[in-house]
Design a protein around this ligand. Sequence first.
Ligand code: NAG
Length: 395
Amino acid sequence: MASLVSFLAFHFLFTIFQYSSLAANVNYNVQTLGAKPDGKTDSTKAFLSAWTSACASGQPATIYVPPGRFLLGTATFAGQSCKNQAITIQIDGTLVAPSNYNVIGNSGTWINFEGVTGVSVIGGTLDAQGANLWACKNSGKSCPTGATTLAFYNSKNIMISGLSSINSQMFHILVYGSQNAKLVGMKVSAPGNSPNTDGIHVEKSSSVTIMNSKIGTGDDCISIGPGTSNLWIENVACGPGHGISIGSLGWEMQEPGVQNVTVKSATFTGTQNGVRVKTWARPSKGFVKYVLFQHLVMVNVENPIIIDQNYCPGGQNCPDQVSGVKISDITYQDIHGSSATEIAMKLDCSKGNPCSDINLEDVKLTYKNEPAHSSCINADGKASGLVQPNNCLYN
Ligand SMILES: *[C@@H]1O[C@H](CO)[C@@H](O)[C@H](O)[C@H]1NC(C)=O
């Protein structure tokens, strides 16, 4: 009996111990660490010190950013030597970049995560105050390149949820060299005429999911660079912007390919492109294969469906060359809506390496309420169901 009692007591204590060690979550409030919600006191040090502590902690940790505007300069959160693989950054406020664009404009990235594992960024607004830099660029003066607002380099198991990014200098969000990232409930915005303000760029990364997001910007809503695989994009509203683009690819001769990309249930409103694959007219061993574009709605989109393998702006660096990038197994399924130009489907593939296994299924695109037109060059594949504009593939 005594042994049963002591067994139960032990079991009880052990359960409590287990529970408390799981539940323990250390909390670092940046304001307690010296950050000021006044929008003008540089709070970078407080953020870095919160990161250093969270990173060194053996327990899951939360870095908390209370409501208010926190001025943040360039910040790198490095994870290579972190003990912690469960850090949540809960943001109720806004992180704002210095109003002088030079402060972050030459640094590549404003808020930079490098080699982190298990980081979640929840809520908050990032305001890079890009307008003065765009004005500088548009005036033709010499200006800094501009910084990407938020980047994850060489990272794993990332979650970004409910984050807003506004007025980036260059790209808003970059996922590079990373595995397993979920970006959900994002709101990304910059004016339609702001230069190079891509929404989300994914490159050399696998298993990235982008869902339930609204992206309006001056360049691609989502752009997909070389070496991307197993990318899932679902329920995204895009516009203004240049649409969702695989590319530009094929600048390099030795370039990793793009494969297994799904773009599902997206709406494009007034954008330059809907879904685009774009490659430089240069020799390359790159490729694009196994792509599914499904359940897409186009509202007054200039080029709803486009493959452009003759990309060579200004005829620089690629005159008279053909793209070596091989494009195959691309399916366009249930895509409907309106085109802002007569040619709603333009498949302009490489003369040296034609597109193959392009599948068109239930496509219905109109121009001024009439069936739109199509144009295919070096494109092979098949069509099924209603396809309007006319299937122009050879097979
Ligand atoms: C393709 O990517 C999805 C995630 O987007 C993944 O679930 C699936 O297993 C991948 N398919 C292959 C054949 O790798």
